[in-house]
Write a protein that binds this ligand. Structure first.
Ligand SMILES: NC(=O)c1ccc[n+]([C@@H]2O[C@H](COP(=O)([O-])OP(=O)(O)OC[C@H]3O[C@@H](n4cnc5c(N)ncnc54)[C@H](O)[C@@H]3O)[C@@H](O)[C@H]2O)c1
Length: 275
């Protein structure tokens, strides 16, 4: 096992771009729960010369995630882990969003803490949605950061009466991702590895396009047009940030979040009232 291994979980728009950026010269292990997408992306990347292995994985299932981490460890030294699997509010109901976007990240951080190589790094894709929400009380933040994964979805403020709709679930989950990564920085650090989140803005992937066509689409376009860059993000914008955070130039960066949103959050926070 003398290969370096890059694991990319979620083979949608961002997962594919990150695979191309960090997969070259390494064993590339791809995981997704959509069998067809996984096979098609693997075939394309193999055609382009990448050394690809696939594993059907449901990130909301602890056993499935543990098996993925074991498979990664068996391939070689796990130096790169990119977690991009997720569901957006137009794609899924509240419970599925909490299972995949919130619990799934906790499971991946735990499972890969046990196999990541010294000097390795991980990146979890959160969202600018986590930056838009009102601040959570400190005791809720601590609970989201430190409650064992198996008990996470039993927290009182994650119960159906407290999370009224998929949008609220998504925002909470994405805030939780950054908090979970803060806690994981210590456990990953004990192995000599680092881990961070990226919070993307509106990125033109299949998910991004679905959201733009949905009920929040108009508001999203409005935010993009008043942002510093005035444009949608591309999957490569996120892959560039991921390559930086996973690479040697980020060796002192761990447990933090990089907002890659083209300036949307900055514009929303500082917009003057019109009139
Ligand atoms: N596109 C955007 O505008 C945007 C903005 C902010 C954050 N994000 C986040 O970025 C990440 C990547 O999104 P994307 O735009 O590449 O989306 P995408 O829909 O193109 O890809 C997401 C992939 O995750 C997979 N997936 C979903 N549930 C899964 C599960 N339970 N187990 C395994 N795989 C699963 C899907 O099959 C899909 O291939 C997501 O976490 C998303 O919430 C996206």
């Amino acid at each position: 096992v003398d290969k370096d291994v890059a694991v990319v979980i979620g083979t949608g728009g961002m997962g594919q771009a990150i695979s191309r950026r960090v997969g070259g010269g390494r064993a590339l292990l791809l995981a997704d729960f959509a069998e067809g997408t996984l096979a098609a992306v693997a075939e394309q990347l193999r055609g382009d010369g990448y050394d690809v292995t696939t594993r059907l994985t449901d990130v909301s299932d602890a056993a499935s995630v543990a098996a993925l981490a074991d498979a990664a460890g068996e391939l070689g030294r796990v130096t790169h882990v990119a977690h991009t699997a997720g569901l957006s509010p137009v794609q899924a109901p509240t419970a599925a969003i909490l299972h995949v976007d919130l619990l799934g990240v906790a499971l991946v951080l735990d499972a890969f803490a046990a196999v990541v190589a010294p000097g390795g790094a991980g990146v979890v894709i959160a969202s600018m949605a986590g930056h838009m929400a009102a601040p959570l009380p400190p005791e809720r933040e601590l609970a989201l950061a430190t409650t064992p994964a198996a008990e996470l979805l039993a927290l009182p403020f994650l119960q159906p009466d407290a999370v009224p709709d998929p949008g609220t679930a998504y925002t909470l989950a994405k805030r939780a991702n950054a908090l979970r990564v803060q806690a994981a920085a210590t456990t990953w650090g004990a192995r000599g590895a680092r881990v961070n989140t990226i919070s993307p803005g509106v990125i033109s992937t299949p998910m991004g396009q679905q959201e733009l066509s949905g009920p929040s689409g108009e508001g999203m376009r409005g935010m993009v047009s008043m942002s510093g860059t005035g444009r949608l993000g591309t999957p490569d914008d996120i892959a560039d940030a991921a390559a930086f955070l996973l690479g040697p130039q980020a060796s002192f960066i761990t447990g933090t979040d990089l907002l890659v949103d083209g300036g949307v959050v900055a514009a929303v926070r500082t917009r003057r009232a019109v009139g």
